[in-house]
Design a protein around this ligand. Structure first.
Ligand SMILES: Cc1cc2nc3c(=O)[nH]c(=O)nc-3n(C[C@H](O)[C@H](O)[C@H](O)COP(=O)(O)OP(=O)(O)OC[C@H]3O[C@@H](n4cnc5c(N)ncnc54)[C@H](O)[C@@H]3O)c2cc1C
Length: 468
């Protein structure tokens, strides 16, 4: 109903992961499916998904070493690991990852998962769907849905603010944290399944250390906290787990969450991490299925698909919960449930398909980047790297034969007029926030003047010269 990924899908920790912690909750089905998906997704989009190495320091008072070893053994062997290296022990007194940590931490374990640019993952899925014939309508809200003679009559408020009616054979309610709201207020269900809204917040601080590995810290309350290298100059820290009530679109970090995250990482780093280092924060709502768990952190992270097919009514499929990591499998399972209504549909097909810009091998990525840095040497190498990590092989489509910086139009700091127009034309970007916070994270890098000029440009005011 707003921009793509303006809900939970731009507010995650951005990991394609099995979820080591979920093993403690006996979520073996979820962990196995997620582990298997890691390399499937990595291969489908090696520009926005890349391997990450995690360092888990051993903490005397918390989980015993044998338990962590057992968890990592399962993690290594539950399935699907061909590209990612296995886990191993790390001597923090010798390894570079020990340097930023307090001296009391002498041993750790290292294991692998992947990173994903979460909001770009959504956009690329939308582009892929559009390339295959789907119509993507952002800023379009479903207001009501009525089942009549086996067909859904759906009222929508479109991007121009006008009411429109569309028909559908099947309705899929994938409204994330609004799934219950859609059931109650759009479909008019009297007794919908419940979701538990669990808020998670992250902070972005000035870069805390120099290497490219992440830390997974155990907290005294049994939770874990990640510190992840982020956008070159920063470290991403998260997350919290708090029950949330009210509008999911209005989730914000509280003072208590901020202190919790700063305290959690300061337990481990030599350097105290303080409020003055916080550059940005974001919060999102996990749309978890309400399984009656007492604590927010133990509510199931698995997804539940509910198909309503009352006699004479059009089918309704509602999606509860899920992870970005398991989204492809979730979609496959959703379509399997809907198969009886589409007898001519083909079966699962996208396991080996590339997302837009992802049609190159993982091993080819470093050379491809060097090649593009050479081809577009009129841009700074770091900017070409950024473009690759956003657009992959579509970088050439974006550059469209440019040979000089001036071919890309006016620059607003690192972003060119050409890139802005590409985002408007091919990625449904409308506002400055779409560009600064969801198609990219340039909001962290651009000055106030550059951002203001971008806003003006989108309002039709062209700057006379580059803004930086
Ligand atoms: C703090 C946090 C950390 C996480 N970390 C990870 C992680 O590291 N790895 C991982 O795999 N997963 C992670 N997750 C989980 C993952 O982010 C979510 O499961 C996923 O993003 C949910 O996607 P969704 O499409 O269901 O919901 P959303 O992204 O919220 O999308 C739902 C969409 O429905 C739209 N909508 C709602 N109502 C209407 C309506 N009436 N009409 C039209 N549109 C409507 C909204 O505008 C919204 O865009 C995390 C979640 C949180 C909160």
């Amino acid at each position: 109903m707003n921009d793509l990924a303006s809900g939970t899908s731009s507010a995650s920790t951005k990991l394609i992961h099995g979820g080591l912690r979920y093993l403690e909750l006996y979520e073996f089905r979820l962990v196995r499916e997620a582990l298997l998906e890691r390399e499937v997704l990595l291969k489908s989009a090696p520009h926005i998904i890349w391997p990450l190495r995690f360092i888990l320091p051993h903490h005397q008072g918390l989980r015993p070493r044998w338990l962590i070893r057992l968890g990592l053994f399962l993690y290594d062997h539950l399935g699907g690991r061909h590209i990612l290296p296995p886990s191993r022990s790390v001597d923090l007194t010798k390894d570079e990852t020990g340097r930023p940590l307090k001296e009391e931490y002498t041993n750790a374990f290292a294991y692998s998962d992947c990173w994903v640019e979460d909001s770009r993952f959504v956009v690329l899925n939308a582009r892929d769907a559009a390339n295959r014939g789907a119509t993507i309508r952002t800023r379009t809200k479903v207001i009501s849905a009525l089942s009549e003679s086996g067909i859904w009559i759906i009222e929508i408020n479109n991007a121009e603010g006008e009411l429109e009616t569309v028909c559908a054979k099947v309705l899929v309610n994938a409204a994330g944290p609004w799934v219950g709201d859609v059931l109650r207020n759009v479909v008019g269900s009297n007794d919908p399944d419940k979701i538990r809204q669990v808020k998670g917040s992250h902070i972005v601080v000035d870069r805390l250390y120099d290497h490219d590995q992440c830390y997974i810290f155990q907290n005294a309350d049994g939770r874990i906290c990640f510190a992840i290298p982020y956008e070159t100059n920063f470290t991403l820290i998260g997350t919290t787990d708090e029950d949330h009530h009210g509008d999911p679109g209005k989730a914000e970090i509280t003072e208590a969450e901020m202190d919790y995250l700063l305290g959690a990482v300061s337990e481990y780093f030599k350097r105290q991490v303080t409020r003055s280092m916080v550059r940005w924060s974001y919060s999102g709502i996990r749309p978890l299925y309400d399984d009656g768990a007492s604590k927010a952190q133990t509510a199931t992270r698995d997804y539940i698909l509910k198909l309503d097919r009352l006699e004479g009514h059009a089918p309704l499929l509602s999606v509860f919960g899920g992870k970005i990591t398991t989204s492809r499998k979730l979609a496959e399972n959703a379509l399997a449930k809907l198969a009886p209504f589409f007898p001519n549909a083909k079966g699962p097909w996208n396991r080996d398909a590339a997302l837009p810009g992802g049609d190159l091998q993982v091993a080819e990525v470093p050379n491809y980047i060097l090649e593009k840095q050479k081809a577009y040497s009129f841009l700074k190498p770091a900017n070409v790297l950024r473009l690759f990590k956003a657009y992959g092989t579509d970088i050439d489509k974006l550059m469209n034969g440019a040979r000089f910086g001036r071919d890309l139009g006016i620059f607003f700091g690192p972003i060119s007029e050409r890139e802005i127009e590409y985002l408007r034309e091919h990625e449904w970007a409308v506002t400055a926030d779409d560009i600064l916070w969801r198609r990219s994270k340039l909001g962290l890098h651009m000055s106030v003047a550059e951002q203001a000029a971008l806003r003006n440009y989108l309002d039709g005011i062209q700057p006379k010269k580059a803004v930086n």
